[in-house]
Design a protein around this ligand. Structure first.
Ligand code: SF4
Length: 101
């Protein structure tokens, strides 16, 4: 599993609180009006990951988004079980399960 973090900043959402620039000034600067600007291409190396993650989580308008890709081999795929056909709710047994139309 990769620990690579990629982020994106949606400047149309930014309200200029400046929290991100306080947490991770290497990756967020503020323009003349106090709105955030992403510094760099959004690739965050492991040593800076916590600070940027903190900025992401503390942004009050969720303007910072994580783009980290999840590969299929990382994903947990839940096993699909057979449906319980004996207790399936259908029109024929609706009196048992109390559905009213
Ligand atoms: S924390 Fe969010 S709202 Fe505040 S400056 Fe950064 S991106 Fe903009």
């Amino acid at each position: 599993m990769t620990n690579r973090l990629r982020i994106k900043l949606d400047r149309t959402l930014c309200d200029g609180f400046g929290i991100c620039a306080r947490h991770a000034p290497e990756y967020f600067s503020l323009d003349d009006w106090g709105y955030a600007v992403l510094v760099g291409d959004g690739d965050i190396p492991e040593p800076d990951r916590d600070a940027v993650q903190r900025a992401l989580m503390d942004c009050p308008v969720h303007a910072i988004m994580e783009l980290t890709e999840r590969r299929p081999d990382d994903a947990h795929i839940a096993e699909v079980s057979e449906p319980d056909l004996e207790h399936l709710k259908v029109g024929d047994n609706e009196a048992e399960w109390g559905f009213t139309r």
